[in-house]
Design a protein around this ligand. Structure first.
Ligand SMILES: *[C@@H]1O[C@H](CO)[C@@H](O)[C@H](O)[C@H]1NC(C)=O
Ligand SMILES: *[C@@H]1O[C@H](CO)[C@@H](O)[C@H](O)[C@H]1NC(C)=O
Ligand SMILES: *[C@@H]1O[C@H](CO)[C@@H](O)[C@H](O)[C@H]1NC(C)=O
Ligand SMILES: *[C@@H]1O[C@H](CO)[C@@H](O)[C@H](O)[C@H]1NC(C)=O
Ligand SMILES: *[C@@H]1O[C@H](CO)[C@@H](O)[C@H](O)[C@H]1NC(C)=O
Ligand SMILES: *[C@@H]1O[C@H](CO)[C@@H](O)[C@H](O)[C@H]1NC(C)=O
Ligand SMILES: *[C@@H]1O[C@H](CO)[C@@H](O)[C@H](O)[C@H]1NC(C)=O
Ligand SMILES: *[C@@H]1O[C@H](CO)[C@@H](O)[C@H](O)[C@H]1NC(C)=O
Ligand SMILES: *[C@@H]1O[C@H](CO)[C@@H](O)[C@H](O)[C@H]1NC(C)=O
Length: 473
C-alpha cells in the first residue's frame, strides 16, 4: 500500500469533523453562502427586504458579513450576543433608516459600509452608533475604524454623527450632494480626532472651508477629486500631516500658486479637461513632494520652467527642487518640456511621458541625452513606444532610436520672422545639401553597413510657422 493512503483517509475523516464546529448550522449559511471556512457570509442578491434575519438563534463569529445588492430599507438593531463580525456591508440597498444603537451588540465591529443607499441628512444621526449604556453614559463603538457613506443623499452631517465613533480613521463621503461643507458638517468632522483618510470626491464642492484641515489634526489623505474647485484650495495650507492630495477632475484652468504644505508626498492633478498651463514655481510650495501624477489633462500644453521649484532665499537666489521619485505626465497635450522641471532625472524610479504631441526640435534635444536613457532603463516597453509628433518630417520617428543614434534635433524656425522666399532658398539649399549628404551617406553606409540617421544631418526643418499656434491655442 502506498504510504500516503492512510494519511489521505485520515484527512477525509478529519475535515468533515472540523467543519461541524465552524459557524454552526446557522440560518446564515442556509440563506446565504458561507465561504472561507464559514468566516465570510455572502448574502449578496439574496432577495433580503429587511434586517435582521428572522432567526438569529445561534451565536456566530464571522469576519465579513455582506448584504450587498438587496432591497433592505430599514436596519433594525442587531440582537444581543448573537453576532461577532469585523465588517458589515450594506452596499447597494435602499436603506433610509437605521434603528438607534443598531450596532451596539455586534462584537468586534471595525467597518460598516452603507454606500449606495438612500440615507438623508435628517434621519442619519449620531444616535445610530450609540454603544451600550453603562454607568450613566453611552459607550463608544470602540472598535469602529472605517465608515463608508458614499453615494447617499447627504447634504449635511449631524454635528453629533461621530460622537460615538471616536476611533474612526477612514471616512468616505463621496458622491453625496453636499455642495458646501456647512457648519454642522464641519463640527461633525472636527469630532473625529484620529481621522486619517477623508474622501469627498464628487460632492459638488466649490471651496474647502478655512479650518477644516486645521481641526483634522491627523489627516493623511484628502480626496477632493471631481468637485467644482477652480484653484488648488489655499485652505490646504492649514493641514498638519497631509501626505496625499487628490484633485483630479476639477475645473482648474491654470495653476499659478499653491499653499505651503511641507508634508505633502503625493499630488494627483489628472483628468482636468480645462487645465491648460502650470506656471513657474506654482507647485514649489510642496517642498517634500515625491510623487506627481498629472495624466489625461487633454488641454495641458505647458508646464513652465521651474514649476516645482521652491525659492528658499531671494537674495542671493537659492532654488530648491523636491526629490521626485515618481512622475507621470502621460496623455496630456505637451509639446515641449524644460529640463529644469525635475531636479535630477536620474533619480526617478518611475516616469511616464507617453501620448503627448512631443516636438522633436532643439528645445527637446535634452530628451535624447538625459530623459530617454532613464526611461529606457526603467520602462523599456514604454520607451520604445515614444514617437515624435512634430515637425511633419519627424512625425512617427522613434525618440528612443534618435537617442540611441546620438542624433541632434534641429531648431524650428517658428517665429516666421524671415521673408517668405527665405523658406524656398533654405529648402533649395537643403535639397542640394541632402543630395550631397546622401551620396556620402550611401558610400559610408555601404562601407560600414549602417543606415544613415537623417536627424543627424545638418539640415534645418522646413518652416513650420504655425506650430506655436497649434500647441498654444
Ligand atoms: C480553513 O481552515 C483550515 C484549518 O484551520 C485551514 O488549513 C485552511 O487554510 C482554511 N481555509 C481557508 C480558505 O481559509
Ligand atoms: C461549515 O462551513 C462550510 C463552508 O466552509 C459549509 O459547507 C458547511 O455546511 C458548514 N458546516 C455547518 C455544519 O454548517
Ligand atoms: C464574540 O467574541 C467574544 C470574545 O472575543 C466572545 O466572548 C463572545 O462569545 C463572542 N460572541 C459570539 C456571538 O460568538
Ligand atoms: C467566537 O470566538 C470567541 C473567541 O475567539 C469564542 O470565545 C467564542 O466561543 C466563539 N463563538 C462561537 C459561537 O463560536
Ligand atoms: C450590485 O449592484 C451594482 C449596482 O447596480 C452592480 O454594479 C453590481 O455589479 C452588483 N453586484 C452584484 C454582485 O450583483
Ligand atoms: C480618489 O477618488 C477617485 C474617484 O472616486 C478614486 O478613483 C481614487 O482611487 C481616490 N484616490 C484615493 C487616494 O483615495
Ligand atoms: C507659498 O506659500 C506661501 C505661504 O503660504 C505663500 O505666501 C506664497 O504665495 C506661496 N507661493 C506660491 C508660489 O504658491
Ligand atoms: C480622461 O478625462 C476625461 C475628462 O476630460 C474623462 O471623461 C475620462 O474618463 C478620463 N479618462 C481616464 C482614463 O481617466
Ligand atoms: C502613467 O499613466 C498612464 C495612464 O495615463 C498609464 O498608462 C501608465 O502606465 C503610467 N506610467 C507610469 C510609469 O506610471
Amino acid at each position: 500500500m502506498h504510504p500516503m493512503i492512510p494519511l489521505l483517509g485520515l484527512a477525509l475523516v478529519v475535515v468533515p469533523c472540523l467543519s461541524v464546529s465552524n459557524s454552526s448550522d446557522s440560518l446564515w449559511c442556509q440563506l446565504c453562502s458561507c465561504t472561507n471556512n464559514g468566516s465570510v457570509v455572502d448574502c449578496r442578491q439574496a432577495g433580503l427586504g429587511s434586517l435582521p434575519l428572522p432567526d438569529w438563534s445561534n451565536p456566530t463569529n464571522f469576519t465579513i458579513v455582506i448584504f450587498d445588492n438587496n432591497t433592505i430599507s430599514h436596519v433594525s438593531a442587531f440582537p444581543e450576543r448573537r453576532l461577532n463580525a469585523s465588517v458589515i456591508s450594506f452596499r447597494n440597498n435602499a436603506i433610509t433608516s437605521i434603528e438607534n444603537a443598531a450596532f451596539k451588540y455586534v462584537g468586534g465591529l471595525k467597518e460598516i459600509d452603507l454606500s449606495y443607499n438612500h440615507l438623508s441628512s435628517d434621519k442619519f444621526t449620531g444616535d445610530i452608533f450609540k454603544g451600550s449604556y453603562v454607568g450613566g453614559m453611552y459607550q463608544p463603538l470602540a472598535d469602529m475604524e472605517i465608515l463608508r457613506l458614499s453615494g447617499n443623499g447627504l447634504h449635511t452631517l449631524d454635528p453629533n454623527l461621530f460622537e460615538h465613533l471616536p476611533y474612526l480613521r477612514v471616512l468616505t463621503l463621496d458622491s453625496n450632494p453636499f455642495g458646501v461643507i456647512d457648519h454642522g458638517t464641519l463640527i461633525a468632522l472636527a469630532n473625529i480626532p484620529k481621522l486619517e483618510y477623508l474622501d469627498l470626491t464628487n460632492t459638488k464642492l466649490r471651496e474647502i472651508p478655512q479650518y477644516m484641515l486645521h481641526t483634522s489634526m491627523n489627516l493623511l489623505v484628502l480626496n477632493i477629486s471631481y468637485n467644482n474647485l477652480e484653484d488648488i484650495p489655499s485652505e490646504i495650507g492649514y493641514a498638519h500631516k497631509l501626505q496625499h492630495l487628490v484633485l483630479d477632475g476639477n475645473p482648474i484652468e491654470e495653476i499659478h500658486k499653491s499653499p505651503l504644505v511641507p508634508t505633502l508626498r503625493r499630488l494627483d492633478l489628472s483628468s482636468m479637461p480645462k487645465l491648460a498651463r502650470i506656471f513657474s514655481r506654482s507647485l514649489g510650495n510642496f517642498t517634500q513632494l515625491r510623487e506627481l501624477v498629472m495624466v489625461n489633462n487633454t488641454n495641458l500644453y505647458k508646464i513652465d520652467k521651474d514649476a516645482l521649484v521652491y525659492v528658499e532665499s531671494a537674495e542671493p537666489e537659492i532654488k530648491v527642487w523636491p526629490q521626485i521619485k515618481k512622475l507621470n505626465i502621460s496623455d496630456n497635450r505637451l509639446a515641449w518640456l524644460d529640463p529644469s522641471f525635475i531636479g535630477d532625472w536620474g533619480k526617478l524610479d518611475e516616469v511616464g511621458i507617453g501620448r503627448n504631441p512631443w516636438v522633436c526640435d532643439c528645445e527637446n534635444n535634452w530628451f535624447l541625452s538625459e530623459l530617454m536613457p532613464r526611461i529606457a532603463q526603467l520602462h523599456p516597453e514604454e520607451a520604445s513606444r515614444l514617437v515624435c509628433h512634430d515637425p511633419v518630417e519627424m512625425r512617427g520617428r522613434s525618440i528612443l532610436e534618435l537617442s540611441q543614434n546620438h542624433a541632434d534635433m534641429r531648431c524650428l524656425d517658428y517665429y516666421g520672422n524671415q521673408p517668405e522666399n527665405d523658406g524656398t532658398v533654405i529648402l533649395f539649399t537643403c535639397i542640394a545639401t541632402l543630395v550631397v549628404v546622401l551620396i556620402i551617406a550611401g558610400t559610408l553606409a555601404y562601407l560600414r553597413r549602417e543606415t544613415w540617421n537623417f536627424a543627424g544631418g545638418r539640415c534645418s526643418y522646413r518652416r513650420a510657422g504655425s506650430l506655436e499656434a497649434i500647441y498654444h491655442h
